[in-house]
Design a protein around this ligand. Structure first.
Ligand SMILES: [Zn+2]
Length: 305
């Protein structure tokens, strides 16, 4: 073989490989964290100021007969990348798409799953909040990455709790009282004792309060009575062991304590939002983006006590 011919052959192989990879659409990375449970950790960033997605965590659970997806990313693109990743792992039907709450970083990828005709499951109070807020969220997502995104509503609402069966794999869904939002839904995989907490648990990413501070602390106590080995938060890395909620509980309790003190000292809400709990700033990422709003939300709740 002449050198030129060899060069031509290797060049055409390279071109073939290049065009194949150009045709291959990207898929999200999914890591198997326990048999049949796959996880994608979102980047710790605020959806409304990032150019990319996903920023929230995604969990996929595979039983013997069906697949459940818990949260779908915050854009059509992220949802499609997730869908492709699932199809690289299993051909089983995706029967359930579970949305832990209405914040768009957790459910704006839903549309990638419509063709599978799953049940889109959420908390009973999710529906009204979705109708009220989805378009507002959509308008705020103007980066090119979010083009073509269409929010998809829930089709099955959970009042209190429900079990779903993926085939030798039971998931317990619980609709909670007001906490991170007024419609948080958790999923417990009985086989692996994994709790998928949605935004009832933030790790590293500062908690963001859009429901009730006192309610959230109370829901955490309930979740802590569950026999979990592992908790998948809405943002940040997976937690194992019984102290999964400790750092967040410390933040929320301190927030309640300092906001009450500010109210008692007649410090107004705007001043409080700039001064309360600054000592926790180094403990969390995105503190400047979310903490001031948490103080305002807590103040409005606690001034009525
Ligand atoms: Zn959220």
């Amino acid at each position: 073989m002449t050198r030129i011919r060899a060069l031509c052959i290797s060049l055409s192989i390279w071109l073939l490989a290049f065009s194949a990879s150009a045709n291959t659409q990207p898929a999200l990375s999914l890591t198997e964290v326990s048999p049949g449970i796959y996880f994608h950790q979102g980047k710790i960033a605020d959806l409304f100021s990032t150019q990319f997605d996903p920023v929230a965590n995604i969990t996929v659970i595979i039983g013997e007969e069906a697949v459940a997806v818990i949260d779908t990313g915050g854009s059509r693109r992220a949802g499609e990348m997730l869908y492709r990743a699932i199809r690289q792992i299993t051909a089983l039907p995706i029967r359930y798409v579970i949305n832990t709450h209405v914040h768009p970083d957790h459910n704006f990828g839903n549309q990638a799953f419509v063709s599978e005709n799953p049940e889109f499951i959420a908390h009973a109070r999710y529906a009204g909040d979705f109708d009220a807020k989805a378009n507002y969220y959509l308008q705020r997502l103007s980066a090119p990455w979010f083009e073509g995104t269409t929010p998809v509503a829930a089709t099955r609402l959970i009042e209190k709790d429900a079990d779903i069966d993926l085939g030798q794999r039971r998931l317990k869904l619980i609709a909670h009282e007001r906490a991170h939002t007024r419609h948080d839904l958790t999923v417990f995989d009985v086989n692996s004792e994994t709790l998928i907490a949605g935004d009832l648990l933030f790790v590293d990413h500062v908690p963001s309060l859009d429901g009730s501070l006192i309610g959230w602390l109370s829901v955490i106590s309930t979740l802590n009575t569950m026999p979990y080995q592992r908790v998948i938060p809405g943002h940040g890395p997976i937690q194992t062991g019984k102290n999964a909620f400790d750092a967040q509980t410390h933040y929320l309790r301190s927030l309640a304590q300092e906001v009450r003190a500010a109210i008692n000292q007649n410090i107004d809400i705007n001043t409080a939002s700039l001064t309360v709990l600054r000592s926790h700033a180094d403990n969390w990422k995105l503190f400047e983006q979310f903490h001031g709003r948490n103080v305002i939300q807590a103040y409005k709740e606690l001034e009525w006590e």
